[in-house]
Design a protein around this ligand. Structure first.
Ligand code: MG
Ligand code: MG
Length: 280
């Protein structure tokens, strides 16, 4: 069953989304050579707490307890990196994934941040991954099908020129998800089109999905490290991950975890974002 939200509930999810946006902004501003991923975690933790919210990451996930409020995934790590003593170095690419629960409603978003100056292909990797997320978000319109989102994400990536070193690998086995009264809900959102899978659900106002492409400079295949969490690329190539929680509304997509609701980035794609229910 897919949870369909009322406009009032979407407004509550917007409030949760803004806490996540604040936490990620604070982390992004703190990223620099020399900082540890634990310090970034603690920055996000403070923002979440200061807003009267709680973390949906530092919780039980099917019998596994994630030990942080952010996932900090560096270089060849794709997602679910555990924050700790790792010191960021010039040239690294870190994906910071963060979530929060406010008033019972969940938000979830991720950004990739370059640490100082990065290699040209790494810069491209992050830009292509982010661009594919926005291409997917632009399809979050009523009447579309789930497959339209997946198709847009994959199509964007496939249309990009290849990086100077490597190629684009769309990570398999992980993807977006429904979100609302829980962080991970139906449906699963593929970042590519899978033959025989059908068109998926119709997007109706009140559908809220986390759109989160993961792209590597090589393989689409991954493995999980012995810590039972960290997902790395099979071939050691670097990866990027971007995510927003997005609502389908009568008036267009509303990006719950973007400060401007997605207005600016969607306008570039010729899509009008829904007005912010909180008037932010
Ligand atoms: Mg996330
Ligand atoms: Mg997510």
């Amino acid at each position: 069953m897919v949870e369909i939200k009322t406009p009032e509930q979407i407004a509550k999810m917007r409030a949760a989304g803004l806490v996540v946006a604040e936490a990620l902004k604070a982390c992004r501003e703190a990223v620099a050579p020399g900082i540890t991923t634990q310090e970034l975690n603690d920055i996000a933790d403070k923002v979440i707490t200061d807003h009267g919210a709680t973390s949906n990451f530092r919780a039980d996930h099917g019998g596994l307890w994630f030990p942080g409020v952010i996932c900090a995934s560096v270089n060849n790590e794709v997602v679910h990196g555990i924050p700790g003593g790792r010191v960021l170095e010039e040239g690294d690419l870190i994906s910071i994934d963060c979530g929060a629960i406010l008033d019972g409603w969940h938000g979830d978003a991720a950004i990739s941040v370059a640490v100082g100056e990065v290699a040209p292909e790494v810069e491209m990797l992050s830009r292509v991954t982010e661009g594919s997320m926005w291409a997917g978000i632009a399809q979050m319109k009523k009447g579309n099908r789930l497959v339209d989102v997946s198709k847009a994400i994959e199509g964007f990536i496939r249309r990009q020129p290849l990086p100077p070193k490597g190629k684009w690998g769309i990570t398999e086995g992980y993807g977006g998800h429904g979100i609302g009264t829980a962080m991970h809900m139906e449906p699963h959102v593929l970042n590519y089109v899978e033959r025989g899978r059908g068109k998926g659900m119709k997007l109706v106002p009140g559908t809220v999905l986390a759109i989160e492409p993961m792209v590597s400079l090589g393989t689409p295949h991954t493995k999980v490290l012995e810590d039972d969490w960290t997902v790395v690329t099979n071939d050691g190539t670097w990866a990027s991950h971007w995510e927003h929680s997005v609502a389908v509304t009568e008036e267009g997509p509303l990006v719950l975890t973007a400060f401007d609701g997605g207005k600016e980035m969607l306008a570039r794609l010729g899509v009008t974002a829904a007005p912010d229910p909180l008037g932010a």
